[in-house]
Design a protein around this ligand. Structure first.
Ligand code: RBZ
Ligand code: NIO
Length: 351
C-alpha cells in the first residue's frame, strides 16, 4: 500500500568526508555527527547535484494523535478515559506541556482526534480523523476491526501529504490516550514475541497493585487473540489503538514522502516498530528523540537499533521528548552547513 524506498547511499562517503573535514577532532561532535549524516542522507538521497545546497528543516510539525482505549475502564492507569478529552481541550487552549515546548522550539502543533470518547464540541482546531469512540476492551474482544487499520493508515497518509505539500520536511509524532501504554505494551509483546512482564511499565505512574492488574489484562488479551495475531496489521487491530494505527500510518507516509520523522516515547516507538516491520526501508527516516522512563522502552529501542538523543526520565508522552530534540536536530544541520573545514580555516596538522 505504501511505496517506500530506502535512502540512496551513493553520496554517503562524500557526506561523511565533509563531516570529517570540519574543524574539530574526528568524531568529536559525537551523536550529532551521526544525526547530521542521517539528515544529509535523507535530504540529498544520493543526488550529487543536491550536495551544494544546504541542509534545512522547514515547517517542522508536531502531530499529536489522540484516542481512547476500552481497557482503561478496567483499572490500568492513574486516570479515567475522560482525561483524554480534557487534555485534548487543554491542548486546544495551549496549556499542556506539549504546547509550551512546541512554542519554545518552533514546532507547529496539530492535534488529531483519532477516536477519543467524547469529541470536543463546537468549532475547534482539532482535526477529525475519528475511527470510533474509543477502542473495545482488548482483553474481551478485538480492539477494532481490520478495516479500521486500513482506514487509519489512509487518513494519516492524507494528513502527512497535506503537510508535505505545504512545505513541511520534518514531522514529529506524539500521542494522548489514557490506557495507551497498555496497548503499546501488547503490541510490543506480540510483535517481538517477548513476555509481557519484560515490556510492561508503570505508564503515568501506577502503583504495584495496578501494575499487577495491567500485566494480567494484557496477558489475557494476548492469550485471547493469539491465533489471530498473524501480521502487524492484525496485531494493531486486536490489541492496538486508533492513535497507534494512525502514528504507524504517519511514519509510513513520511517515509514514502522521504521526510524525517521524530519519534517520541514508548507509544510512538511501538508504532515505529510496526512501521519498520511493515517496511524495513522506513527505518532510514526515523530519528529517536529520547528514552523514556517506561520500563519496556529501552528494550524496544534496542530492537530497532535506535540510539535516542536524550534520556531525561520523561514519562509523559504527548510528543514532549520529540519537541525537546528539535534544537539538537537543528544543531546537527547548522554545524554541517556552517562549520569551516580545515582547508577553509587554514587549520592543519591535526592527526
Ligand atoms: C493528566 C495527564 C496528561 C497526560 N499527557 C500525556 N499522558 C500520557 O499518559 C497516557 C498513558 O499512560 P497510561 O497508559 O498509564 O494511561 C497517555 O495519555 C500519554 O500520552 C498523560 C496522562 C495524564 C493522566
Ligand atoms: O514513553 C512514553 O511515551 C510515555 C510514558 C508514560 C506515559 N505516557 C507516555
Amino acid at each position: 500500500m505504501f511505496v517506500i524506498e530506502a535512502v540512496n547511499p551513493d553520496v554517503d562517503d562524500i557526506i561523511q568526508h565533509k563531516i570529517n573535514q570540519k574543524t574539530k577532532p574526528l568524531g568529536a561532535l559525537g551523536q550529532l555527527e551521526s544525526l547530521a549524516l542521517q539528515v544529509a542522507r535523507v535530504q540529498y538521497n544520493g543526488n550529487q547535484q543536491r550536495l551544494s545546497s544546504q541542509l534545512q528543516i522547514t515547517k517542522p510539525t508536531m502531530l499529536v494523535f489522540a484516542a481512547d482505549h476500552g481497557i482503561a475502564a478496567y483499572g490500568v492507569s492513574i486516570a479515567p478515559s475522560e482525561v483524554t478529552t480534557q487534555m485534548v481541550h487543554n491542548f486546544v487552549q495551549g496549556g499542556a506541556a506539549i504546547n509550551v515546548f512546541c512554542r519554545q522550539v518552533g514546532f507547529e502543533l496539530e492535534i488529531i482526534d483519532c477516536g477519543i470518547l467524547q469529541p470536543l464540541t463546537g468549532q475547534t482546531s482539532v482535526i477529525d480523523q475519528r475511527l470510533g469512540a474509543g477502542t473495545h476492551a482488548m482483553h474481551l474482544c478485538a480492539a477494532m476491526g481490520l478495516e479500521k487499520v486500513a482506514q487509519g493508515f489512509e487518513l494519516a497518509r492524507q494528513l502527512v501529504m497535506r503537510h508535505v505539500a505545504g512545505g513541511c520536511n520534518l514531522i514529529a509524532l506524539g500521542e494522548m490516550g489514557i490506557g495507551n501504554t497498555s496497548a503499546a505494551t501488547a503490541v510490543m509483546s506480540a510483535m517481538l514475541n517477548i513476555d509481557v512482564e519484560q515490556c510492561v511499565g508503570r505508564g503515568t505512574g501506577i502503583d504495584d497493585a495496578t501494575l499487577v492488574t495491567k500485566t494480567q489484562l494484557i496477558n489475557q488479551a494476548l492469550a485471547l487473540h493469539q491465533p489471530a495475531l498473524v501480521s502487524p496489521e492484525a496485531i494493531l487491530a486486536h490489541v492496538g489503538g486508533f492513535e497507534i494505527v494512525q502514528m504507524t500510518g504517519a511514519i509510513l507516509a513520511a517515509a514514502e514522502q522521504k521526510i524525517l520523522v521524530v519519534i517520541d516515547g514508548f507509544i510512538a516507538t511501538a508504532a515505529a516498530l510496526v512501521a519498520v516491520k511493515l517496511s524495513p526501508q522506513s527505518r532510514d527516516y526515523l530519528i529517536f528523540a529520547h528514552e523514556s522512563q517506561e520500563q519496556g522502552h529501552k528494550l524496544l529501542l534496542q530492537q530497532l537499533q535506535a540510539k535516542p538523543l536524550l534520556s531525561l526520565g520523561l514519562r509523559l508522552g504527548e510528543g514532549t521528548g520529540a519537541a525537546l530534540a528539535l534544537p539538537l536536530i537543528q544543531a546537527a544541520v547548522h554545524f554541517y552547513n556552517q562549520m569551516a573545514s580545515f582547508d577553509d580555516a587554514g587549520v592543519h596538522n591535526v592527526v
